[in-house]
Ligand binder design. Structure first.
Ligand code: PEP
Ligand code: MG
Length: 650
């Protein structure tokens, strides 16, 4: 909380000192009711005041069951949950498999949505939940329990609980917090078993039913619950449990919803639906049944903050139609990362100067089999049609669209390609993913390339093709040959391109950084995949929240790798872009421009703010800062220099 602002707690103390002059609007009985102050942990800044919506189901929708024993090898029937003459273990195992698959699909879709609407880091929460369900541990244990006579629901519940309990016994609080994730993820599968649907709208429906914005009060919130909240209907969040590193807190901060965690059961349990609550998400202070005067002060503070946000949003949105340019007129193209038709539309509306990354694997993530060449052609055409050069560029400027070939594997498994994955990969991030998978499945690659060429020929867009996870020059040569073959095949069928499709590569492996001079001579362009590049340079899993500080692109080693790549591009005149998440951070986008990056590509929502930031500095200023930051020996010093050169409100 800013030093200038009076905290809700101070207001309370002053008010109590003047208790005899109590505001006339406070009802007489008000004093002995539950006016209480609580102290929790400030987890997402901002003051909120409003009616309580108690969400008791949170984190607890899995039924509590009497644990059944570990499988009794001597007499499985002794552990049968319910005597059921029609019980068929094979059927229950199949139901369990389907339920887990449905939950994983659901989580992947949520991951894609959160990636677009909130951010990649937050999307990682749902990616790791999907991985938890894909890991055989829960399914194998549940199958054991089914053999012992439990039905699929009971077996899933117990297997999940055992896993959650195990996590809770670990000493690290971050691992303990993952217990809630296991339960949250399994709950979707449980719901599928119970109702045939994976999603429960209960919280969203209850918020809508209140008819006015609320403060959600719960024991704990799952990431799925939080991801569906929006600041116009949820004023704040107050939880009995949780911490600043809990996923609910991370999401609340990303959404701009004030939140207080760790208030304890005693405080929460005395609240009822509709009670007035004030929360201060910076200090962690909370007041139930506040004095009218406190409500007035907190409302004023909340409204000022909302007005500032709206005003800021309006100013920033005005930037969407500006070209990506620095103060001295040097162009830095501001593009969008997309994963489907809706994103393509959002990109056009946000003022994207092209698509810097179409993640084609997202198009196929929910499918059991890969689409045919014709089906894929239609999909690409739909996206290219949806991304029309946005107003007022339309008709005047042709914006490029960079289509990335499948980057399946590791954190983005494709069920449709499951048979091609070595099931036992010990290190999937270092396994058969990206270009490796495409080259190992030449038919899959050929089909995709032909479909892309057809779509480009039909729509006439200015497209480029990009290969992910390149580590060697041979891989680049192999995909170039595959593209040539695809074009020749189509030419024989009378399908010809008006112009060549440039073939570029992502630089996201250390091997590609060290080979970038050779690669630059043969690739039409570079796009730095800063998410993976950071993960591989720092040897720090991008999905592991514990390693977040290490897995940061502002680490000196990562910045120096980026400088090597831009220098190699400059030496042979190749454009260099960045499509990792760092490109969507206004401060880092400026740093990238200073390091010699020509194109930055990001979640569409970030485009106006990045354009606004770029326009504040000249290229020379950004270059001078970049050189100072490149010389910084530690992350902390790099961060301090960045904040000094491009203050945070940039
Ligand atoms: C990256 O690695 O930075 C990138 C943009 O690709 P993805 O996040 O899809 O791996
Ligand atoms: Mg990548």
């Amino acid at each position: 909380m800013s030093g200038k602002k009076e905290s809700v707690c101070t207001m309370n103390v002053q008010r109590d000192e003047r208790a005899t002059k109590r505001d006339a609007t406070v009802t007489p009985g008000d004093d002995h009711i539950n006016r209480r102050q609580g102290q929790g942990i400030g987890a997402s800044p901002g003051v909120a005041v409003g009616p309580v919506l108690l969400y008791r189901q949170a984190g607890g929708a899995l039924p509590s069951i009497q644990p059944i024993q570990r499988p009794a090898h001597t007499d499985p029937a002794a552990n049968r949950h319910t005597p059921n003459t029609g019980f068929d273990p094979a059927n229950e195992r199949a139901r369990l498999r389907k339920a887990l698959a449905a939950a994983v699909n659901d989580l992947r879709a949520l991951e894609a949505q959160v990636r677009t609407e909130i951010g990649a880091q937050e999307a990682g929460i749902f990616a790791s939940q999907a991985l938890m369900l894909e890991d055989p541990t829960i399914e194998e244990r549940a199958n054991e329990l089914i053999e012992a006579g439990a039905d699929a629901s009971v077996a899933l519940t117990q297997a999940t609980e055992e896993q959650a309990e195990l996590l809770l016994t670990l000493p690290d609080p971050l691992w303990q917090a993952r217990a809630a994730d296991v339960r949250d993820a399994a709950e979707r599968a449980f719901r599928w078993l119970a109702t045939g649907a994976t999603q429960s709208q209960s919280l969203a429906e209850r918020i809508a039913a209140m008819g006015a914005p609320v403060i959600v009060v719960a024991d704990d919130l799952t990431p799925s619950d939080t991801a569906h909240m929006r600041p116009d209907t949820v004023l704040g969040i107050a939880l009995a449990q949780g911490s600043t590193t809990a996923h609910a807190a991370i999401l609340a901060r990303a959404l701009g919803i004030p939140a207080v965690m760790g208030l304890g059961d005693a405080f929460i349990s005395r609240l009822a639906d509709g009670d007035t609550l004030i929360i201060d998400g910076a200090t962690g202070e909370v007041i139930a049944h506040p004095f009218a005067e406190q409500v007035v002060a907190a409302t004023a503070e909340m409204q000022t903050r909302q007005a500032q946000r709206t005003q800021q949003g309006r100013q920033t949105r005005a930037w969407r139609w500006a070209p990506g340019r620095m103060r001295d007129g040097v162009a830095v193209r501001v593009m969008a990362n997309i994963g489907g038709v809706a994103d393509a539309r959002a990109a056009a509306e946000a003022g994207a100067e092209g698509i810097g990354l179409l993640r084609t694997e997202f198009l196929f993530s929910g499918l059991a089999t890969l689409p045919t060449e014709n089906e894929q052609t239609e999909m690409y055409c739909d996206i290219l049609d949806a991304f029309r050069a946005p107003e007022p560029f339309a008709g005047r400027v042709r914006h490029p669209v960079i289509i990335r070939t499948l980057d399946a594997g590791a954190d983005k498994p494709l069920p449709a390609l499951a048979s091609l994955f070595a099931q036992t990969e010990a290190n999937p991030a270092l396994g058969v993913r990206g270009i490796r998978l495409s080259l190992a499945a030449p038919d899959v690659l050929a089909t995709q390339l032909r479909a892309i060429v057809r779509a480009v020929a039909r729509t006439g867009v200015q497209a480029r093709i990009m290969a992910p996870m390149i580590a060697t020059l041979e891989e680049l040569r192999a995909i170039r040959q595959a593209l040539r073959t695809a074009r020749d095949d189509l030419a024989r069928q009378g399908i010809r391109l008006a112009q060549a499709i440039p073939l570029g590569i992502m630089i996201e492996t250390p091997a590609a950084v060290f080979a970038c001079d050779d690669l630059a001579r043969e690739a039409a362009f570079f796009s730095i995949g800063a998410n993976d590049l950071t993960q591989y340079v720092m040897a720090a899993d991008r999905l592991n929240a514990q390693l977040a500080a290490l897995c940061d692109p502002l680490q000196p080693a990562v910045l120096r790798a980026i400088a090597m790549i831009t220098s190699a591009g400059q030496r042979v005149g190749r454009p260099v872009g960045v499509c990792g998440e760092m490109a969507g951070d206004p401060q880092l986008a400026l740093l990238l421009a200073g390091l010699g990056v020509h194109e930055v590509s990001m979640t569409p929502q970030r485009i106006p703010a990045v354009k606004e930031a770029l326009a504040r500095y000249t290229l020379a200023e950004a270059q001078a800062t970049a050189q100072r930051i490149l010389a910084a020996p530690t992350f902390t010093e790099a961060l301090a220099l960045l904040n000094m050169a491009f203050p945070n409100n940039t």
